[in-house]
Write a protein that binds this ligand. Structure first.
Ligand code: GLU
Ligand code: MG
Length: 446
């Protein structure tokens, strides 16, 4: 098996593999491995000092100190912008066993739970991102001319990034992704690239590959590719929406509505409704994984935001084609609008699966569909409709996660504990920092 693959890669001019795994923060890590060590990379893995990787909690000594990133031989793809190199997506192993706190393994455990019931979750993940520059200590859109009052679908600025977007499109297509659309989003310097939906693990891998490519291609053009959720307070932030459907062994979408359901405000099957109800029931805990940074909560704001309409949901609700709610229902699927660009796609998907399965297992009933523009309602009106508000800080989201046994169990005890510890530290570091805003407001005031 390995020899033909090695020969094929060599014939493509590949001499080095980029063995890449993903840390708890959703950041790609790895090392170079010469092609002639392919067999070892696939069968054993490339070794890393375990405690040097965020979120592993591995010891400094002993057999469990080594983290092995083991490649999947079906997922080794040439890096078009780095001739001679190929990207090998890896999962973590420790002491010869799948490592329970590897985010990719966490998602594999979640999809295995679905597989036991004959189901496959499919996701279409939509990355929004900024192209920035860092000048004289300031972060700015890379393109100075990108400054329309309403930048959505800006056709003046889009052509100025056509070179970058075309290269990115080329890489994704070379990897077999069906690229659907590339557009300018609603903030200066903000874009979105859409590619076709796929099985949950493949989609999460695609997001990691997308980030790998976008970082490299932007850097080559002197720009910084940013998945920070909300770089500018007065502009919308970047979401990472998930379009979600569930398929059976015969290849049928089990969220597909029947004739009666199709005409309703929630055009999904009963199973789909239960799954959605589970996602809503666990929304506060899901926030910690879908919106995992301090900055995420500047995107998920309720009430008046500095950027006007953000299209980011702050309310636990669902509605037909309703972009102001956490879940936007569409025929045979729903869009989970909560995740932002900083989410680890493996962990966010695993948590989504756990929440949805809990909804199915408990036969949860989906509340009434929301057919109003939630951004137009006051907080009092929202409360009067019994609609809950999502956590408004990382601290609140982490507290909700800690209290949610279903989602924590999906992460596994090691990763859950590490995630909670790291995120509490992140919150504390932020809370204790004295910002320019505070100095400007208070230094000479009292
Ligand atoms: N940028 C928005 C967000 O943060 C979403 C805009 C859209 O729906 O495309 O979720
Ligand atoms: Mg968008």
């Amino acid at each position: 098996m390995i020899e033909p693959l090695k020969k094929k890669l060599a014939s493509q001019g590949i001499h080095t593999l980029l063995a890449q795994f993903t840390d708890v923060h959703g950041v790609a890590k790895g090392k170079y491995v010469p092609l002639d060590k392919l067999e070892e990379l696939v069968c054993v893995g490339a070794g890393f000092a375990g405690p040097s990787i965020w979120g592993t909690a591995l010891p400094r000594i002993g057999p469990r100190a080594e983290y092995y990133a083991r490649a999947n031989e079906n997922h080794i793809l040439p890096l078009p912008w780095m001739p001679g190199y190929a990207w090998a997506v890896c999962s973590g192993y420790v002491d010869g066993q799948p490592f329970d706190a590897c985010p990719r393994q966490v998602l594999q455990r979640a999809t295995a739970r679905l597989a036991q019931r004959g189901w496959t979750l499919k996701t279409g993940i939509e990355p929004e991102f900024f192209l920035l520059k860092h000048e004289q200590g300031q972060w700015l859109p890379a393109d100075d001319g990108d400054r329309l009052d309403k930048p959505s679908y800006d056709l003046r600025s889009l052509p100025r990034q056509a070179g970058f977007l075309h290269e990115l499109n080329g890489v994704l297509r070379a990897w077999g992704l069906d690229v659907l659309q590339l557009d300018h989003e609603d903030a200066h310097g903000q874009f979105e690239v859409n590619f076709a939906f796929d099985e949950a693990l493949a989609s999460a891998d695609h997001v990691m590959g997308f980030k790998l490519a976008a970082h490299a291609l932007a850097e080559a053009r002197g720009m910084v590719f940013s998945m920070m959720p909300k770089p500018f307070a007065n502009q919308p932030g970047s979401g990472l929406h998930f379009h979600v459907s569930l398929w059976d062994a015969q290849g049928a979408n089990v969220f597909e509505p029947n004739a009666t359901q199709r005409g309703t405000d929630t055009p999904v099957s009963e199973l789909g409704r239960q799954f959605m109800a589970g996602v809503l029931a666990h929304s506060t805990a899901l926030c910690a994984l879908a919106a995992p940074t301090v900055n995420s909560y500047k995107r998920l704001t309720v009430g008046e935001s500095l950027s006007g309409t953000t299209w980011a949901p702050a309310y636990v609700a669902h509605g037909p084609n309703n972009r102001t709610a956490t879940l936007r229902s569409l025929p045979g699927r729903f869009e989970w609008r909560l995740p932002d660009a900083s989410a680890n796609p493996y962990l966010a998907t695993a948590a989504l699966i756990a929440a949805g399965l809990d909804g199915i297992d408990r036969g949860l009933e989906l509340g009434p569909a929301c057919t109003e523009d939630l951004f137009k309602l006051s907080l009092g009106e929202i409360a009067a409709r019994g609609i809950a508000v999502l956590p408004q800080s990382l601290n609140d989201a982490v507290t909700a996660l800690e209290a949610d046994a279903v989602v924590c169990e999906a992460l596994g005890p090691t990763l859950a504990a590490e995630f909670l510890r790291l995120k509490r530290d992140e919150w504390l570091a932020y809370a204790r920092h004295v910002s320019g805003w505070e100095l400007a407001r208070y230094a000479a005031t009292f």
